[in-house]
Design a protein around this ligand. Structure first.
Ligand SMILES: N[C@@H](CCC(=O)N[C@@H](CS)C(=O)NCC(=O)O)C(=O)O
Length: 230
């Protein structure tokens, strides 16, 4: 059994989707990041960087509990545990890892800043909005290009690279990022294929009751952007 420390954000969705796709039983532990629960000592003991997603695998290596944080590391851990969505053949595996690292190091952080300055920042800063919106559109162009040559990001097969990337390109997040998906038809085709998967629909609906995009209240703003409470 795996504990999933979670809040319904794109980074959280990566792991709820992966657990659903892999058929692993899990318990959702809600960490309300809008109310500073990520700073509670019990959670910090699992992830000193105070961010969801984080997992505890009660049957980790050596059959002992094992905590993993950082969504890319969690996806890799789960793929290796189950032998799913990450090929063993070195070239195919390398291709998946490249696109997984591209998501966690480039696409996720840039899209995150785009959403921050377009939707959450208390003041509208044109320089920041233009910089991150332009970079987001550039990254859409990169994936639109590769998805014009193959069905999934790393090749012919659906992989943890797609699982990492899809939640950041899902419809509500695209709206937050002011992305017209019609301008990126290959991404649209890929996203529609992924969102037709039953496991993806289940993963995206975990704790959907608390899903909130944009216009955080003052307490949420402090919790998310103000650092550890006094
Ligand atoms: N690089 C991290 C990013 C995780 C992340 O940014 N999580 C956000 C929600 S999407 C969070 O928990 N923020 C709360 C905080 O920073 O205090 C990953 O990929 O897991």
């Amino acid at each position: 059994m795996i504990d999933l420390y979670y809040w319904p954000t794109p980074n959280g969705h990566k792991i709820s989707i992966a657990l659903e796709e892999m058929g692993l039983p899990y318990t959702v532990k809600r960490v309300n990041i809008l109310r500073s629960e990520q700073f509670e000592p019990a959670f910090l003991a699992l992830n000193p960087n105070h961010k969801i997603p984080t997992i505890v695998d009660h049957q980790g290596p050596g059959d002992a509990p094992y905590a993993v944080f950082e969504s890319g590391a969690i996806l890799l851990y789960l793929a290796e545990k189950t032998g799913q969505f990450l090929p063993a053949e070195p070239r195919a595996r390398g291709d998946v890892l490249q696109w997984l690292f591209f998501q966690v190091a480039s696409l996720g952080p840039m899209f995150g800043q785009c959403g921050h300055f377009l939707g959450y920042a208390p003041e509208k800063i044109p320089y920041a909005i233009e910089r991150y919106h332009k970079e987001t559109k550039r990254l859409y162009g990169v994936i639109n290009g590769v998805l014009g040559t193959r069905p999934y990001l790393a090749g012919a097969d659906y992989s943890i690279a797609d699982i990492a990337t899809y939640p950041w390109c899902a419809p509500r997040i695209r709206d937050l990022h002011h992305i017209d998906i019609a301008a990126f038809p290959n991404v649209q085709r890929w996203a529609e294929t992924i969102e037709a998967r039953a496991a993806v629909q289940r993963g995206m609906s975990v704790a959907a009751d608390v899903m909130k995009i944009g216009n955080p209240d003052e307490a949420a703003r402090k919790s998310l952007f103000g650092g550890k409470p006094d």
